[in-house]
Ligand binder design. Structure first.
Ligand SMILES: Nc1nc2c(ncn2[C@@H]2O[C@H](COP(=O)(O)OP(=O)(O)OP(=O)(O)O)[C@@H](O)[C@H]2O)c(=O)[nH]1
Ligand SMILES: [Mg+2]
Length: 318
């Protein structure tokens, strides 16, 4: 991780008791990790869908205040991997435990937990020394608050958490308390990133993720999982009588011809819908008119093939 410390930031540190650090958000798929990241940052950085295994990478979001810089790392949901992409996702998620000052282990208070997966997560957490561990009970908007007590008791027996905090990542309930707790756990440290920087990931990443989110939202069964998106071209073009436009060409990869046909849809209807939804959001994100061109192509069994995964841009290790 690069450290940016210029002269100004050193002055800044002299004036303040500055604290900073890395906060990893881990947990099973679909528990609301990405929603939490977005709520904390007050901006959508990570894609969110009702389907599990939406996130495939570490997604870093930076929140800077006068006295703190918090670098949050959203991660793929932890599970028992069945194929190469999933094992890479799990590796990526556990990788975020390294060097974390604080770990937020998120559970969904209404969903049934996979015990085997949970045991593994707790084991890893137990081994993470020098890391503050906070259990986040998410989705409390869906439950009678009195039902939280037995959950808290149950988890307190499993691990010696530094704190257990009920929240709703969706409504923001409990999030300010969580942020205060995180701040108190951070060690004195530098300003790692300029104070107006929201993420260290490239714009292209967020664009490909937006397209993937729309595909995940409007396709079913295997199709969302067999799809990957790569940005082939990203160029600002001048227009004679209008504002500049950003031209984006994205390739949607599927594993099979049948999946390709589903994504294209009858008369290209589905891919057109994906394009419209994604373009709208990308224009807001880039604050510019966008021309988005989407192509769908087959890369057989890419999820199971290390070389093909890499060809798709090595998108797991950004
Ligand atoms: N009611 C309610 N729904 C929530 C809350 N947080 C997240 N959700 C919903 O839960 C679903 C999954 O949310 P995500 O943020 O994508 O979950 P995730 O843990 O990042 O999932 P993966 O990336 O698949 O590991 C979405 O439909 C969210 O809208 C919450 O506090 N309350
Ligand atoms: Mg996610």
């Amino acid at each position: 991780m690069s450290v940016i410390l210029n002269h100004d930031t050193e002055d800044f540190l002299d004036d303040h008791d500055f604290r900073s650090g890395y906060i990893s958000i881990i947990g099973a798929p679909n528990v609301g990790k990405s929603t939490l990241l977005n709520t904390i940052l007050g901006q959508k950085l990570a894609i969110v869908t009702p389907k599990p295994q939406t996130t495939r990478n570490q997604i870093r979001g930076i929140l800077t205040t006068d006295n703190h810089q918090m670098i949050f790392i959203d991660t793929p949901g932890l599970m028992d991997p069945k194929y190469r992409l999933q094992s890479e996702m799990v590796r990526t998620a556990y990788g975020a435990l390294r060097d974390a000052d604080v770990v937020l282990f998120v559970i969904d208070v209404v969903a049934r937990q996979n015990e085997k997966t949970e045991e593994k997560i707790l084991e890893r957490l137990c081994r993470a020394k020098n890391t503050r561990k906070v259990l986040i009970l998410n989705k409390v908007d869906l439950i009678d608050k009195r039902k939280l007590l037995p959950i808290i008791e149950n988890y307190s027996e499993k691990l010696d958490f530094d704190n257990i905090i009920p929240i709703s990542a969706k409504t923001g309930d409990g999030v300010p308390e969580l942020l205060n707790q995180i701040k108190s756990f951070l060690p004195p440290g530098p300003l790692y990133f300029p104070n107006d920087q929201l993420s260290d990931l490239p714009e292209r990443f967020f664009i490909s993720e937006t397209v993937r989110e729309k595909i995940m939202l409007i396709t079913q069964q295997e199709v969302p999982y067999a799809s990957a998106v790569v940005i082939e071209e990203f160029e600002r073009r001048q227009r004679r009588k209008a504002e500049d436009i950003i031209f984006i060409r994205a390739i949607v990869y599927t594993e099979k011809q049948t999946q390709k046909q589903i994504i294209i849809g009858k008369g290209g209807k589905l891919i057109k819908r994906v394009g419209e939804l994604a373009r709208h959001e990308i224009e807001k994100f880039l604050d510019s008119p966008v021309y988005l061109e989407l192509y769908v192509t087959v890369k057989e069994n890419w999820r199971r093939d290390a070389r093909k995964l890499k060809e798709l841009g090595g998108f797991l290790d950004l």
